[in-house]
Design a protein around this ligand. Structure first.
Ligand code: ADP
Ligand code: MG
Length: 622
C-alpha cells in the first residue's frame, strides 16, 4: 500500500469545494456519470482500434444505493485506470486544476459551473461525500486493480484491489448533511435532470430499472422520425406544455458540431419569453438552460435542446463570452431558424400563414434584435388583413393600387374600436392590415426606417383616403341670412357648440352616408406621443403632448343635414348643442376609450336625447 500527500497550498479540499459549490452540490452526479460515460466511450474506441484484448462488456453505468452502509456507488464498464493513471489523472491533474481554480475564483461567487472546466469534476463528489473511494481495473493487459481513497483532505491512500472486471466504481461515503442522496427518488430525480439523455444506460442496481434514454431524438436522423416522435419528445422535455407548432432539427458537422431540435411553442401571449427554454447539452450531458451567449436572446422564446460536443462540459459564462466558436454557433442557429421560416414561407405558404398569428411576435422581435435576421426575414413578413387573409406587402400594394399612394399601408391597431373606419374602407374595397399587438408599435417604425421608407404605415384613423370621398361638390349657400355655404355653416355650428376645443374641423362629402363624423389623428404626432408614453422617463410629458385631432364632418350624412336644418330653426339651440357633442363623442368612441369624465357626460347626454325623442309627436297626440 502506498500513502502520501500532494503538495498543494490548500489544506483541505472539502471546505473549499463546499464553500463555492454548495448550492449546486447535486451536479456531482452529472460529473461522475459523465466521467463514467467518457470511460465507456474511450474503451469502445480503443476496441475499434484493436487495442483491447479482452472482451468488451456491455456498456452500462450502475447506481447502487447502500443505505445501511451510507454509500452510493457509481460503477461503469469503461476503460478503468491503473494505479499510475490514478496518480496522474486524479491526483496531479485535478490538484493543479484546483490551484488555478482557487487563484481565479478566490473573490468571486460566480463559480457554479467552473468546477469541471478546471478538471475538478471528479472532486465535486466531495460536496456530498465525506470519503470517496475508487475501485478500478484497467483494460490494459496485465493491469493490476487499484483502490484509491481520500477523505477530502490532501492525503490519499492507494492500494491493490481484488476487482476482477474491467471498469471503475466510484464509492461515495455520503455525509450526514447529504443523506437524501441515499434515497432512490432523489437519485432518479437527479438523473432525470442531468443525465436523462446520456448515451449509455444508467441502471439502478436493485431493480435494474434504466433511468435514461440513450438515443434521444436529436441524435437520430430526421428521416427516421415522424411528427409524433417530435411531439412526444417535446412532451417528455416539457411535460404539460401545449404541443409545439413546428420545429427545426439541427445537424451540423462542419465547421463545428451541433445537433439539436428547436421547437416553436404556441405562445400564450406575445413576448412571453418566460416560456422558452433551450437546454444546452454537451455530448448528451445536460449543461444548462437558456445559455444566453449561445442562443440569441430572441430565440429563447423557442423551446428545445442543443447539443454542442465542442464545448467543455462545464462552461463558464466568461468562457462562452470569449469563445469565437460560440459566436459562430449562435449565428448558425439564427440562420437555421431564418432558413426554416423562409423555406416554409416559400414552399408551404398556407402552413406558414396558418402559423403566422402565433409566430409573428417572435419574428418581429428577432428582426428588431438581430440585423441579419431582419434581412433574412424581411421579404417573408405577412400582414393579416381585417378579413383574415395573410398578405405580403407586395400583395397588399397590388390590391391597393390606385386606392392609396404606392407604399402606403393602412393598419388598424384596435379593430374593435375602429370598426366604423374599417367598414368605411371595406365599402370602398380597400384592404386594412391588423397591427394590434404591442410589438407592432415598435416594429412598424423600425421596419419603415430599415427598408428606406419604401413603406409608409398609416393608422386607419390618421388620414382620409381621397378614395373615400366624393369629388369636389359645389359649395352652395344654405343660409341666406348670413350668406354661409354648407361648409361654412357646418364649421360654424360645430365651432360654436363643441365643448371640446382642441380640435380642428374639416367638412367633407363621404361616399358613404352612414358616418356623421370621424376623428383623425396625425400619424407622426401620435407616434411621438406613443413613444413618449412607453418610455418611462418621458411618460409624464406624454400627457401634455398635442395629438392634432381633426374632426371630419360628413355633409352627406342625414344626421348632419338635420343638424344644419335644426340650427336654422328658431329656439332649437339646446338640441343643436346636444347633437354636435353627441356626434363628436361617437367619433371619439370609434377611436379609443372615454375618460371617466367623458363617459359620464356621454351617458347623461344620451339620456337627455332619449328624453326628447319623439316628444313633439307625443304631445300632439294628447
Ligand atoms: P475531466 O473529466 O474534465 O477530465 P475529472 O476530474 O472529471 O476531469 O476527471 C479527471 C480524470 O480522471 C478524467 O479525465 C479521467 O482520465 C479520469 N477518470 C475519472 N473518472 C473515471 C472513470 N470512471 N473511469 C476512468 N477514468 C476516469
Ligand atoms: Mg469529468
Amino acid at each position: 500500500m502506498e500513502a502520501g500527500h500532494i503538495s498543494i497550498h490548500a489544506e483541505n479540499i472539502l471546505p473549499i469545494i463546499k464553500r463555492w459549490l454548495y448550492s449546486e452540490k447535486e451536479i456531482y452526479i452529472r460529473e461522475l456519470v459523465s466521467n463514467a460515460a467518457d470511460a465507456i466511450l474511450k474503451l469502445q474506441k480503443l476496441s475499434l482500434l484493436g487495442e483491447v484484448k479482452t472482451e468488451v462488456p456491455d456498456a452500462a453505468i450502475t447506481l447502487t444505493i447502500d443505505k445501511p452502509g451510507k454509500r452510493l456507488i457509481i460503477s461503469d464498464t469503461g476503460l478503468g485506470m491503473t494505479a499510475d493513471e490514478i496518480k496522474k489523472y486524479i491526483n496531479q491533474v485535478a490538484f493543479s486544476g484546483l490551484h488555478d481554480f482557487l487563484d481565479k475564483y478566490k473573490d468571486k461567487d460566480d463559480s457554479q459551473q467552473v468546477i469541471g472546466h478546471f478538471g475538478l469534476g471528479f472532486y465535486s463528489s466531495f460536496m456530498v461525500a465525506s470519503k470517496v473511494e475508487i475501485d478500478t481495473l484497467s483494460y490494459k493487459e496485465g493491469a493490476v486493480a487499484a483502490r484509491w481513497s481520500c477523505d477530502g483532505s490532501t492525503a490519499f491512500e492507494l492500494s491493490e484491489s481484488d476487482r476482477k472486471e474491467v471498469g471503475t466504481s466510484i464509492i461515495l461515503h455520503i455525509g450526514d448533511d447529504s443523506a437524501e442522496m441515499l434515497e432512490s427518488e432523489t437519485i432518479k430525480g437527479l438523473i432525470h435532470r442531468y443525465c436523462a439523455f446520456i448515451r449509455y444506460p444508467i441502471k439502478l442496481a436493485d431493480s435494474g430499472e434504466v433511468l435514461n434514454e440513450t438515443r434521444p431524438l436529436w441524435t437520430r436522423s430526421p428521416t427516421e422520425l415522424n411528427d409524433k416522435d417530435y411531439i412526444d419528445f417535446f412532451q417528455k422535455l416539457f411535460p404539460g406544455s401545449p404541443d409545439p407548432l413546428f420545429w427545426i432539427h439541427l445537424n451540423v458537422d462542419y465547421p463545428f458540431n451541433l445537433k439539436g431540435v428547436l421547437y416553436f411553442p404556441k405562445l400564450k401571449h406575445e413576448l412571453d419569453a418566460s416560456q422558452g427554454e433551450v437546454k444546452l447539452y454537451c455530448n448528451q450531458v445536460y449543461v444548462a438552460d437558456n445559455t444566453k451567449e449561445l442562443i440569441p436572446e430572441f430565440l429563447t422564446l423557442l423551446k428545445g435542446v442543443i447539443d454542442c460536443p465542442d464545448l467543455p462540459l462545464n462552461v463558464s459564462r466568461s468562457y462562452l463570452q470569449n469563445d469565437p466558436t460560440v459566436r459562430k454557433i449562435s449565428e448558425h442557429i439564427t440562420k437555421k431558424v431564418a432558413d426554416k421560416l423562409s423555406g416554409m414561407a416559400k414552399t408551404e405558404r398556407e402552413t406558414y400563414a396558418k402559423f403566422w398569428d402565433d409566430i409573428h411576435p417572435f419574428i418581429k422581435f428577432g428582426m428588431l434584435r438581430d440585423h441579419k435576421f431582419f434581412e433574412r426575414m424581411q421579404d417573408y413578413l405577412l400582414f393579416k388583413t381585417a378579413d383574415g387573409e395573410h398578405l405580403t406587402l407586395d400583395q397588399y400594394k397590388e390590391k391597393m393600387t390606385g386606392k392609396v399612394e404606392d407604399g402606403t399601408v393602412i393598419y388598424a391597431s384596435d379593430p374593435k374600436a375602429q370598426v366604423s373606419y374599417l367598414r368605411l374602407l371595406k365599402e370602398e374595397g380597400m384592404e386594412v392590415v391588423i397591427a394590434d399587438t404591442m410589438i407592432d408599435q415598435h416594429f412598424i417604425p423600425y421596419f419603415e426606417m430599415q427598408t428606406g421608407r419604401k413603406w409608409k404605415f398609416k393608422r386607419i384613423d390618421s388620414d382620409l383616403s381621397e378614395h373615400l370621398l366624393e369629388g369636389a361638390k359645389p359649395d352652395i349657400v344654405v343660409d341666406a341670412k348670413d350668406k354661409a355655404t354648407t361648409t361654412e355653416k357646418i364649421d360654424k355650428v360645430f365651432r360654436d357648440n363643441l365643448d371640446q376645443q382642441q380640435v380642428k374641423i374639416r367638412v367633407e362629402s363621404f361616399k358613404s352616408d352612414k358616418v356623421p363624423a370621424m376623428l383623425l389623428i396625425d400619424e407622426n404626432a401620435r407616434r411621438l406621443k406613443d413613444m413618449a408614453r412607453s418610455n418611462g422617463a418621458m411618460a409624464a410629458f406624454a400627457v401634455g403632448m398635442p395629438e392634432e385631432r381633426t374632426l371630419v364632418v360628413n355633409q352627406n350624412s342625414p344626421a348632419i343635414k338635420n343638424l344644419i336644418k335644426l340650427s336654422q330653426t328658431f329656439n332649437r339651440h339646446e338640441e343643436v348643442k346636444l347633437m354636435v357633442n353627441q356626434i363628436f363623442d361617437l367619433a371619439w368612441l370609434q377611436q379609443g376609450e372615454f375618460s371617466a369624465e367623458m363617459m359620464q357626460s356621454f351617458i347623461d347626454r344620451s339620456a337627455a336625447i332619449l328624453g326628447r325623442l319623439g316628444v313633439s309627436d307625443v304631445l300632439l297626440a294628447q
